[in-house]
Design a protein around this ligand. Structure first.
Ligand SMILES: Nc1nc2c(ncn2[C@@H]2O[C@H](COP(=O)(O)OP(=O)(O)OP(=O)(O)O)[C@@H](O)[C@H]2O)c(=O)[nH]1
Ligand SMILES: [Mg+2]
Length: 369
């Protein structure tokens, strides 16, 4: 039986199983099996057929990677061409783009790789419209632009999210506070700091056994934890993805409708064809990529404000900066002078664990210098 067929079987069984206390454990186990099979599909594991990365060998370049995802003909290729100057064929028929096409957008001293992807359709899990490959590629991005056609129902966004979520892409969510620690012995211990409604000891154990984890400590630190969140923690398959919804073809809509659409959270209305509202789009991309610009300053010189070092971690420390500059720099690190909003005094002497802010200036002092 192929992976796709196994997925279908499990989904059919889940659909016919009533949701109640007595079936919770069984459903939890089915969810864990489903998550495992779907991960196999997008990671090119056994039984996937065709190889998940097929045709999408785009090497990473630049400081961050932004993927364009959406149904066919919503204007993804038009957007790539207009944003980056890279030609990606755009046409009025569906599935014009059949592979991943990268372009570069230079913004605020950073180089952003924008990747145009083929359109996905409902049921991407069945391999329709190269959906699997698109999702596998989407998982490698630092953020996604989900492109929607403003003249079509916004409810289509739910269908796209469903596809992405099924393959472990967590849309605009933060990683839940679950401590998962594998051990050598002692079996599975589950602890929760809050009463739980959807999970219990039994369910957590069955997920562990599905993932062949015989010994582990699992601690949940928030209420209403779901089975899916437990599966994510144990399988380590989830990617927490910042997503901006790009509402395209706004040029074809009357003004009052545009105003309404502008008010939704995470939404940016644009017209890819006329490049309308690109300033806001770029600003949002910047915000959601969570990148910081750090200017380095050699001793006695002025900092080079034209070529910042771009850091990606959410709360990067000086040690992350050192790693970016040179692999062995941290070994010679003595302290650093920092100017900017992360310090009280200008400059201030800091250790390697100091958290940096956007546009800080850093002068690293080495042991021998
Ligand atoms: N009115 C209007 N039409 C647009 C806009 N952007 C794209 N289009 C048109 O929409 C059609 C599809 O555009 P593409 O850029 O090929 O769409 P796509 O999402 O890349 O499509 P696939 O590659 O097939 O998934 C083309 O006819 C474009 O000219 C826009 O901002 N306004
Ligand atoms: Mg296209």
């Amino acid at each position: 039986m192929s992976t796709e067929e196994k997925i279908k079987d499990i989904e059919a069984e889940m659909a016919k199983t009533q949701k109640n206390k007595a079936t919770a454990k069984h459903l939890g186990l089915l969810k864990a099996k489903l998550a495992k099979l779907k991960t196999e599909l997008v990671s090119g594991g056994k039984g996937g057929g065709g190889g998940a990365g097929e045709g999408f060998d785009v090497s990473k370049s630049g400081d961050t990677r932004v993927g364009l995802v959406g149904f066919p003909s919503v204007g993804k290729s038009t957007l790539l061409s207009q944003l980056t100057g890279t030609e990606s064929l755009a046409a009025a028929y569906e599935f014009t783009t059949l592979t991943a096409i990268p372009g570069n957008l230079f913004y605020r001293g950073a180089k952003l790789q924008i990747v145009d992807l083929p359109g996905i359709i409902e049921g991407a899990k069945d391999g329709k419209g190269r959906g699997r490959q698109v999702i596998a590629a989407a998982r490698t991005c630092n953020m996604l632009l989900i492109v929607l056609d403003a003249s079509k129902p916004i409810t289509l966004k739910k269908k796209l999210e469903y596809e992405l979520e099924g393959f472990g892409v967590r849309v605009n969510k933060v990683k839940p506070e679950i401590r998962f620690h594998k051990k050598d012995r002692g079996g599975v211990t589950f602890r929760s700091l809050h009463p739980q409604r959807y999970i219990d000891d039994d369910i957590v154990r069955s997920v562990c056994s599905e993932y062949k984890v015989p010994n582990a400590d699992i601690e949940v630190r928030f209420p209403h934890c779901t089975v899916d969140q437990i599966i994510d923690a144990i399988s380590n398959r989830a990617v927490y993805m910042p997503v901006v919804y790009v509402l395209n073809k706004i040029d074809a809509l009357p003004l009052p409708e545009i105003e309404l659409l502008c008010s939704y959270r995470h939404f940016v209305p644009i017209s890819a064809r006329t490049a309308w509202n690109f300033d806001e789009l770029k600003e949002r991309i910047w915000e959601y990529c969570k990148m910081l610009r750090i200017y380095t300053k050699p001793k006695g010189e002025i900092p080079d404000f034209d070529s910042p070092i771009i850091l990606h971690a959410r709360k990067p420390r000086i040690s992350d900066l050192c790693d970016r500059i040179h692999r062995t720099l941290i070994e010679q690190y003595k302290f650093a002078w920092v100017w900017g909003s992360s310090v009280k005094h200008q400059p201030q002497k800091v250790g390697k664990d100091h958290f940096l802010h956007d546009e800080d200036v850093v002068q690293i002092v080495k042991n021998n210098g």
